[in-house]
Design a protein around this ligand. Sequence first.
Ligand code: COA
Length: 390
Amino acid sequence: MRSVSIIGCGLTKFGEHWEMSFRELIAEAGVKAIESANIEGKTIQAIYGGCMASGRLIGQEHIGALIADQFGLNPIPATRVEAACASGGVALRSGILAVLSGAYDIVAVGGVEKMTEVSTEHASFALGGAGDQETELFHGATFPSLYALMARRHMEEFGTTEEQMAACAVKNHKNACNNPNAQFQRAITIEDVMNSGYVASPLKLLDCSPITDGAATLILCETEKAKKLCENPVEIIASTQASDSLALTGRKSLTEMAATKIAAKEAFEKAKLQAKDIDFAEVHDCFTIAEILATEDIGFFKKGEGGKAVEKGKTSLDGEIPINPSGGLKAKGHPVGATGVAQAIETFLQLRGEAEKRQVKDAKIGLTHNVGGSGATAVVHIYKAIGGKR
Ligand code: COA
């Protein structure tokens, strides 16, 4: 049975990159990944690149070809993968399946987005395309407002408070202070969040992930080969994906994401593990309420308990299940097509003990969770540290 491991990674700093173009971001992450894997670029046999909205944001399509060209890797096959904010996670899954199928032994998986060249209004419209254009965006429902509906319902059903949601942002900003690639490396307080202006009540400015430029690349390799090439590869022991209705109106419940629940359940079955076996997780916190929903739907906490858990410090770096040690989408930044790959990079670094001041103690098993839209796509991966050549 073939298995797949990560042997190298490259990440640009996340934030506003006025000095760098879309293709320069791709090149920086790609070169860093190839150097980190200590391989020659010509050994890469295929590329899968996540990108959500380059057409609307910078007027560029045909991103697969652009990535291969920019890496200097023509004529290998290069494919763009689009699944809204889960584009990176689904690109990773595509690369994994390509290696598991036996088609390739070494592939590059990337993700990229350049979002800050347009106004917030323009970016909101582009991001809104991840929901249902006819029943949501056309009527003015942008992403903060869709997640605000979920937050209101969670508050109504479980007594979740705005302060508990604020606690997610405070924790993630604190973690990002130790991440040199994060967009916001500054601490904030509950009061800061509570006093930031409403974007879509009950969500305030500091409940939202920002608009971000950035790129991320991973090198995947068949595991037996990876052990020969690398001292400490990280094996991906589960990769699952599920879908749900595009629009919120089609959902059975506004307080859970069925796609996350299904993808997480299948991932635990594949990995023969349970939620309690996970040492830390990078989850999709595009808004603070999204982190609370994710920690419940993955199974770290019972439904309705996620808000209390973050308030009590259970998800802090030294808590019982550290969530988003990188700073998450909230503070590390959310260049939508790159996010799923960047989550895997953080997990790779954590499991190799290379996360420096934000290192989770004794991290051996990690999980990533990447969502597209308001929950219509969910991707879950589970990773394990393994030894290679010594
Ligand atoms: N968190 C923390 N600070 C933020 C921030 C955020 N999410 N967004 C902006 N800021 C800061 C900026 O750094 C800037 O600070 P400065 O004045 O010290 O330089 C200030 O707030 C104003 O920034 P600006 O870019 O003018 O904000 P904006 O009002 O245009 O945009 C949001 C703010 C929240 C509307 C925007 O970030 C947004 O739409 N976020 C959600 C993105 C999204 O939907 N992603 C997909 C999720 S599924």
